[in-house]
Design a protein around this ligand. Sequence first.
Ligand SMILES: [Zn+2]
Length: 463
Amino acid sequence: MDRPRITIFDTTLRDGEQSPGCSMNVQEKLRLAQQLDRLGVDVIEAGFPIASDGDFEAVRRIAATVRRPVIAGLARACTGDVDRAWQALQGAARPRIHVFLATSDIHLRYKLRITREQCLEQARNAVRHAKSLCADVEFSPEDATRTDIPFLCQVVEAVIAAGATTVNIPDTVGYSMPEEYGNLIRTLREKVAGIEKVTISTHCHNDLGLAVANSLAGVQQGARQVECTINGIGERAGNASLEEIVMVMRVRRDRYAYETGVAAEQLYASSQALAEITRVPVQPNKAITGRNAFAHEAGIHQDGMLKNPLTYEIMTPQSVGVPDSRLVLGKHSGRHALALRCEQLGHQFERRELDEVYRRFVVLADRIKKVQDCHLIELIQDVKKGDGSRGVGSGDVAASSGKKFPPAAATLPFPRAASAAAGGNGNGNDAHPAQVSGSAGQATVSIPFADHHGEQEDYLWGV
Ligand SMILES: [Zn+2]
């Protein structure tokens, strides 16, 4: 049986980046866009070009560099915005202009101060203009879920007639319930002329914790694009979390028989790259990518896990790219092992750069025996900065680490094997990272982790 393909539209760089504390510079956006490309998302919303010169430049650079996915740029429904978006996007292999205009009475009356008739006209004109520049045009009626439904149908019909190829239905304020949101998608499919020619998209906010559930309800009623973000970042409580949407469709194929193009093994690296760039840590209990997502602490769980992982595990950590915590990096680790761990943390290197990372790694490993992910991240950052003055081997790792990376990145993620082993063999000495805490803003690198002696021999050798 053919499973419908769901287009994954990532808006980490636009909606996500708009959230407090998550702003990124051009270089950081480019790095994340390249990671999103590896992750296999279909569309990258790279920014809102008219918002700032930095946003414009980021969209332009991403459009010029990342060639496989569709690159979208956001624009309000007016000529200046659409033109600016197009300027930034025109070098893309597959550009998309994403036009939005609020349609709910509350937004029309208090924010835009226009009538429904004016709204309809403005939406139609903006889409027509965008279409004259770019074949791929998406339209979003902002606050769709609080819009009068017959009026929403009228707007959607008008923008389809004007050339929109994707119609996105935002639950801008995160107010909808799954059944309600699903019904709205169904109503649009039943009532809007021409709807079968376009892709219907979901865009759900998480104010009531229902963003993923609402998106899935939309998909079940015929939406074929989901807008979402890494780690669920976004305005206020965030957007639908990309990793959760994707893994629901993997783990529960029986109920959600859809395909995506996402390479799930890249989910963890993408999450780590975002956390490191924004310095906004992932909440420990975050589904799929939180550091406790695969940790088993309770004795009875550990016992079950040792007997058969299926007792408590619905997916393996490896399936989402979580590094195997039994593999410890030390001075005998080879270059390949080092490169692999760097990739798992969201960093890819050219050969020369890897040489430098490896050189510093060996020096550090000689001093501190076990190199934790947090040390590695710091070392990588120094190499990227070309900083030779402050070598990580000089003993300042723990002292300087607090300001350099978020606490989540500083703890060894997913210590499943180590903690399970500790519980199973009665050796209670292992520090479970779940119990290791630092004060706010302070990394926890100086606290010793589980002692993995004996496992070093199993590790990859050779340079
Ligand atoms: Zn949004």
